[in-house]
Design a protein around this ligand. Structure first.
Ligand code: MG
Length: 183
């Protein structure tokens, strides 16, 4: 499944990292615009704009999903769940994340920790940070102290700074399960 499949399990890297990135346009909510209700990290947020996307447009869950898949060289979220597939139309993105968690376990790796950076003008991330961490930890099946979330603005510059887009970066460290990663 991974590049290291030719190696005996004990010879595979003990630790690996993965990076995930996502961006979604934020538009006025339908019917005025193409924006879907604003969902971030699986939480519904009050906002006059929302992400444009084939699924629910949850940029945080998409970036976490990609980081997990990338850590063990699996196909990315767009390859696994193409936006041409009507089955994912408007779908809640936890289904993508849960599939990535399952595939990570099948590759015999477990999450050590992850760090998420959300770049968003509004709503502010700070008041929802704890809830985002808790929900991510729940979906990932890890203690909350393994999950960090931080928010930044884009200093009013470019589309993100003008509130017309959201950007998310995620890095994850995973550990080989037979390297003491079983908890
Ligand atoms: Mg996306």
């Amino acid at each position: 499944m991974t590049k290291n499949d030719h190696l005996a399990p004990s010879e595979r890297p003990q630790f690996r990292i993965g990076h995930g990135y996502d961006l979604h346009r934020l538009e006025p909510l339908a019917p005025e615009g193409d924006g879907r209700p604003f969902v971030l990290g699986g939480l519904a947020l009050e906002h006059d704009r929302g992400p444009v996307g084939h699924s629910d447009g949850d940029a945080l869950l998409h970036a976490v999903t990609d980081a997990l898949l990338a850590s063990v060289c699996l196909p990315d979220i767009g390859e696994l769940f193409p936006d041409t597939d009507p089955v994912h139309e408007g779908a809640a993105s936890d289904r993508f994340l849960l599939e990535a968690v399952k595939r990570l376990a099948s590759a015999a790796y477990t999450i050590e920790n992850l760090d998420c950076t959300i770049i968003l003008e509004r709503p502010k991330v700070k008041p929802i940070k704890a809830a985002l961490r808790e929900n991510l930890a729940r979906l990932l099946g890890v203690p909350v102290d393994r999950v960090n979330v931080k928010g930044k603005t884009h200093e009013r510059v470019d589309a993100v700074g003008e509130g017309r887009a959201i950007e998310v970066h995620v890095v994850v460290l995973v550990r080989r399960i037979d390297a003491g990663g079983v908890r």
